[in-house]
Design a binder for this molecule. Structure first.
Ligand code: SAM
Ligand code: SF4
Length: 325
């Protein structure tokens, strides 16, 4: 559907859990995390009912995220349920990759079309420091299993945060050798992300061009998201950037988010939206829920204000694992 600013909204990101088997420094505190009670989270049946209503309103692409989506039991069952909905064209997932090698056969059989694996470094000790867990071998096993899966589109997400400056070039080299888009995501001041020194697209590009030569922009948008992409001479894959801080893409934002507790969040920065779980559980009919979805999308904010001075902006204070990155 078209929102109040004339943007076409066809992409829904669904967070299926706030649980995670890592504790990335920009996303979760090391300990003392209070988990959402299981009963507060939408069941798969509730998610599928909502997705059916979203599809009637023009949602075509769905991405599962979290927390770590693979930490929720039986995820392939949800993938299959969403894939079967009339109008849904693609179902993707963003994961840290730790449990991917094990679960990939079931996910592929259920109809998963694309996967993004988050990986900030190829150095085992640094990975353990950033994620606070020594699991690089498992993450790489997941990434390579995805690259070996015929027909599955694969991207790698890296957040340049200062500590991993020396790893930006080795990560990009994965796109030289594999049909993979390696993307650099500018750190956003959400939750713990506000405490770290992120790197800008320009800073990362300069490092990559020094190593690999000039990169050429390509108009291939590679999917539903806000990434923009470059080709590099001799590379099989591509390099991409998601630069919410320095290249604001709000004017072409096509997405809304459903949190694990069923809140329809219409902008990453703000808490504006509607509590669909309350409606579902109060016994509301499809018509009432559909109207609530439409009203919230019409009110979707014009843009984020992450770049305003801290103190002058109204930040999202929850951590990314609670919102669904
Ligand atoms: N656990 C899964 C994963 O790590 O891919 C999915 C959820 S995670 C919250 C989704 C993405 O958000 C990851 O690629 C992560 O690197 C990114 N992320 C988390 N906090 C961020 C922040 N403050 N700024 C930018 N990206 C962030
Ligand atoms: Fe977990 Fe993903 Fe957050 Fe890392 S970024 S702590 S893997 S939810």
């Amino acid at each position: 559907m078209i929102d109040g600013q004339g943007r076409s909204i066809d992409y829904l990101r669904i967070s299926v859990t706030d649980r995670c088997n890592l504790r990335c420094v920009y996303c979760m505190p090391p300990e003392g995390v209070e988990w959402m009670p299981h009963d507060d989270m939408l069941s798969y049946e509730e998610i599928i009912r909502l997705c059916t209503l979203f599809a009637r309103r023009g949602i075509r692409k769905v991405r599962l995220t979290g927390g770590e989506p693979l930490a929720r039991k039986g995820l392939a069952q949800l993938v299959a349920g969403i894939k079967a909905i009339d109008g849904i064209e693609s179902i993707a997932m963003t994961t840290n990759g730790i449990a991917l090698a094990d679960q990939l056969p079931d996910l592929l059989a259920a109809g998963l079309t694309a996967v993004n694996v988050s990986l900030d470094t190829l150095d085992r000790a640094q990975y353990a420091a950033i994620t606070r867990r020594d699991k690089l071998p498992q993450a790489l096993e997941g990434l390579y299993a995805a690259l070996d899966a015929p027909g599955l589109r694969v991207k790698l997400n890296c957040v340049p945060m200062g500590d991993n400056d020396e790893q930006l070039v080795p990560l990009a080299a994965l796109a030289r050798d594999h049909d993979l888009a390696v993307r650099y995501i500018e750190l956003m001041p959400i939750g713990l992300g506000g405490d770290l020194p992120g790197r800008t697209e320009e800073q990362v590009r300069a490092k990559l061009e020094e190593a690999f030569g000039p990169m050429a922009p390509c108009d291939d948008s590679l999917g539903a998201g806000p990434g923009h992409y470059f080709t590099v001479p001799g590379f099989v894959g591509k390099i991409g950037f998601i630069s919410a801080m320095t290249h604001q893409f709000c004017h072409q934002c096509n997405r809304v988010r459903l949190t694990a507790t069923g809140f329809l969040k219409t902008c990453l920065q703000y808490e504006t939206g509607v509590d669909l779980r309350a409606l579902l559980r109060s016994g509301a009919g499809d018509e009432a829920i559909d109207q609530a979805i439409a009203a919230a999308i019409l009110q979707k904010p014009l843009r984020h204000h992450f770049c305003d001075a801290a103190g002058q902006r109204e930040d999202e204070r929850r951590n990314m694992n609670q919102i669904g990155g």
